[in-house]
Ligand binder design. Structure first.
Ligand code: FEO
Length: 166
């Protein structure tokens, strides 16, 4: 059964948000690269690619359900941030917003008895638990490091070891 016009619009909006997250993380990668925090920059680049993959999952799903993908404008991400901590706090808060968007979609799918969309969204719900956990843990670690430069140096190296499938 083809997705409803309402669901199509909501999924297209989520697709826009996922690309928006990708764009935001790329801006964070550029910020860290400029500061020579190359591990953090690499982590953010990987995250940006993950988000583009999330967007494409929705892209494919809308097409699989006989819907029409339409691309809307992406918000301009901030080019600068006050500190590494502020960057990861922003990322953590952004992920919480993404989660609530996914939960609203899930509710809409339930109201429409669109079980296939709910099944597709299950993957995103699980993924968001992981993404929120990871970003919160990074925030906590950076808080613990405080203004200890060698601590920050070590943590930058550690995050730089992130694999492309993480
Ligand atoms: Fe795809 Fe991190 O939300």
């Amino acid at each position: 059964m083809r997705i409803s016009a309402t669901m199509q619009k909501a999924l297209n909006d989520q697709l826009r948000k996922e690309f928006g997250a990708s764009y935001l993380y790329l801006s964070m990668a550029a910020y860290f690269a400029e500061k020579n925090l190359n591990g953090f920059a690499r982590w953010m680049r990987m995250q940006a690619m993950e988000e583009a993959k999330h967007a494409m999952k929705i892209f494919d799903y809308v097409e699989d359900r006989g819907g029409r993908v339409t691309l809307e404008g992406i918000d301009r991400p901030p080019p600068d941030f006050p500190s590494a901590l502020a960057v990861f706090e922003h990322a953590r808060d952004h992920e919480a917003k993404v989660s609530s968007g996914i939960h609203q979609l899930f509710e809409l799918a339930g109201a429409e008895k669109d079980w296939a969309t709910q099944a597709m969204l299950q993957w995103f719900i699980t993924e968001q638990v992981e993404e929120e956990k990871t970003s919160s843990q990074i925030v906590d670690t950076i808080k613990m490091i405080g203004d200890n430069a060698s601590g920050l140096y070590m943590f930058d190296k550690e995050l730089g070891r992130r694999g492309s499938s993480d």
